[in-house]
Design a protein around this ligand. Structure first.
Ligand code: GTP
Ligand code: SPV
Ligand code: MN
Length: 597
């Protein structure tokens, strides 16, 4: 008799009508075969799915060019279909689940005709982890199948694990005809189902990533008492040889991958990578917060990545490994067959082909690489992978860092007074928008905990859940906020960033281990200048001052904007958060009290 999994696959095939069904086993040979198919048979418009890059300098690496309209996440076409709109909250687009399924069924009828349906069995999390989940995704494009193999633990063992159970996470994906008016990314949280049509882009199409591991998993976490977060996980080794584990939430394209791969400029300090995008956080038996990264790949922004800004990433991209590496929408040096992007730190090659496959016009204002051009690479290629990466129970977290991209107001680093204040800082975190999603770039939007586009339920309830989690932790991590992006008034950054961010991490580690004091300001606890390790930096004293400046009068419009944002959640917004809001106003209007001297 057919298993529930087989029956489900047959039902989807009856609807989408692929020419063939191919069950992937996750092997190396198979990945090679899929890449061959993508290089020779499958196409998007006039382009093949994959182009082989120079195998000497970029072993096992391939270039992919997307459909020109399919270059980033499309938040306006992303829906969370709870039975009622209130549960989805003002932070999500909502459609009645029945209506949503009718629409998707219509759009999916025959959508895989002439194509292969790939059945991808994969785990999010290490198979031995109590927190791992067995998942199946269907897709009709080799690019997604190969990407999923890089990003997740894929293999036929998952099918054995599922066995005759119908408890597996389901993903249905088809690129459809790439028409943005027929593109939808729909989530059915209670059914553990994601259904996505019309896009092949990472966050829209690799359904184990944002769709399951954040939107649906955040809902599971709310029901089951854990958190699914848009966070980096790193270990920071200090000169004493002690490693302190921290997580960091930052909105899309605000520095997570860079932080995860940080090359320390401070002697004796080292960063170890565990994850660059997603963390699942559970309360351990010892009352501490434990983090696992459910993924095994890095899907990072290429432009700006260079030997200067992120040498470890450049080494990771060139490392030869068992897993292939994909470059999506970068430029191509036609003479050497190597990828190229703006901010790579090497001059533009003479015969440069742009991300759409056309000769690059240096006189025009177009870019050779799309600003959201990405690489997909195995985390096992990283020279700084933590020895605890595959640890099934995860690593104990001592600090949570919240970041955003703010050109003013927000200091380089501050520590929250306590967990509740930290959660409030999370709720009001704002960031200037980037190219990682399709919308106007550079506009301030509130992005609590970097989860606005990824929280699969009402964010008012989410803040309540964060407050409750704090109560269950006997040893809660300290909460910090950082901002690498404050400007000097001439559009230059006040802080050098990248490898020098270790100087901020050092202060955080020192605070965690009670090795240093902090100064109270209305916004939180900041470093005394003497406690920041700045040797070798040549940072003008004036910059340092500006990085920590608090001007209460500049906060008026900010406070107004925060209020308008928090009000949207109505009664679901916990009172404790409003209490913190009013306490902040009070501190800002009494900045000279002896408290902040
Ligand atoms: P997603 O993959 O979209 O979630 O992005 P991410 O948060 O991993 O961002 P990533 O590390 O890829 O960085 C995005 C952009 O921010 C790149 O252009 C980086 O060069 C830039 N960036 C990262 N860290 C720093 C920093 O410390 N200072 C400055 N000025 N820019 C940074
Ligand atoms: C992000 O936008 O936060 C990313 C890329 O990490 S995506 O996988 O598309 O979400
Ligand atoms: Mn991300």
């Amino acid at each position: 008799m057919a298993t529930p999994l087989e029956t489900w696959v047959e039902q989807q095939a009856a609807l989408t009508q692929p020419d063939r069904i191919y069950w992937c086993d996750g092997s190396e040979d198979e990945a090679r075969k899929l890449i061959e198919i993508g290089m020779k048979e499958e196409k998007i418009g006039e382009h093949n799915i994959f182009y082989e890059l120079c195998q000497k300098t970029y072993p096992n690496s391939y270039l992919h060019r997307s459909h020109p309209t399919d270059v980033a996440r499309t938040e306006h076409l992303t829906y969370v279909c709870h039975p009622d709109q209130e549960t989805a909250g003002p932070n999500n687009n909502w459609m009645d689940p029945k209506e949503a399924k009718n629409l998707l069924t219509q759009l999916s009828r025959g959508c895989m005709r002439g194509r292969t349906m790939y059945v991808l069995p994969y785990m999010m999390g290490h198979p031995d982890s109590p927190y791992a989940r067995a998942c199946i995704q269907l897709t009709d494009v080799s690019y997604v199948a190969v990407s999923m193999r890089i990003m997740t633990r894929m293999g036929k063992k998952v099918i054995e694990k599922i066995g005759r159970s119908d408890d597996f996470v389901k993903g249905i994906h088809s690129v459809g005809d790439f028409d943005p008016s027929r593109r939808f990314i729909m989530h059915f949280p209670d059914e553990h189902l994601v259904w996505s049509i019309g896009s092949g882009y990472g966050g829209n199409a690799l359904l184990g990533k944002k769709c399951f591991s954040l939107r649906i998993a955040s809902w599971l976490g709310f029901q089951q008492g854990w958190l699914a977060e848009h966070m980096v996980i790193i270990g920071i080794e200090d000169p004493q040889g002690q490693t302190t584990y921290v997580t960091a939430a930052m909105p899309s394209a605000c520095g997570k991958t860079n932080l995860a791969m940080l090359e320390s400029t401070l002697p004796g300090y080292r960063v170890w990578t565990l994850g660059d995008d997603i963390a699942w956080l559970n309360v351990g038996p010892d009352g501490r917060l434990y983090a696992i990264n459910p993924e095994i790949g890095l899907f990072g922004v290429a432009p700006g990545t260079s030997m200067k800004t992120n040498p470890n990433m450049m080494l990771t991209l060139k490392a030869s490994h068992f897993y292939p590496t994909l470059f999506t929408n970068t430029g191509l040096d036609a003479d050497t067959n190597q990828p190229w992007w703006e901010g790579m730190g090497v001059p533009a090659p003479k015969n440069l082909i742009n991300w759409q496959g056309k000769p690059h016009q240096p006189s025009g204002n177009g870019l050779a690489a799309h600003p959201n051009a990405r690489f997909t690479v195995s985390i096992y290629n990283s020279p700084m992978l933590s020895k605890d990466f595959d640890q099934p129970k995860g690593v104990p977290i001592s600090a949570i860092i919240l970041g955003g991209r703010r050109s003013n107001l927000i200091p380089l680093v501050k520590e929250a007074f306590n967990w509740q204040h930290g959660v409030f800082i999370g709720t009001r975190t704002g960031s200037e928008t980037t190219a990682a999603a399709i919308h106007q770039v550079g506009v301030l939007r509130r992005d609590p905990m970097a989860m606005l586009p990824f929280c699969g339920y009402n964010m008012g309830d989410y803040f309540r859940h964060w407050l409750d989690m704090g109560k269950r932790l006997t040893h809660p991590p300290k909460i910090f906020s950082v901002n690498w992006f404050r400007l000097d008034g001439q559009n230059g950054f006040l802080w050098p960033g990248f490898g020098d961010n270790i100087r901020v991490l050092k202060w955080i580690v020192d605070r965690v281990h009670h090795r240093t004091e902090a100064k109270e300001t209305p916004l939180g606890l900041v470093p005394f200048v003497k406690d920041l390790e700045l040797e070798g930096l040549n940072l003008p004293a004036e910059n340092l001052e500006k990085l920590f400046e608090v001007h209460p009068e500049e906060w008026e419009p900010e406070l107004q904007d925060i209020k308008e944002f928090l009000i949207r959640f109505g009664k679901r917004m916990p009172e404790e958060i409003w209490h913190e809001y009013h306490a902040l106003i009070h501190r800002l209007s009494n900045p000279s009290s002896e408290h902040f001297a």
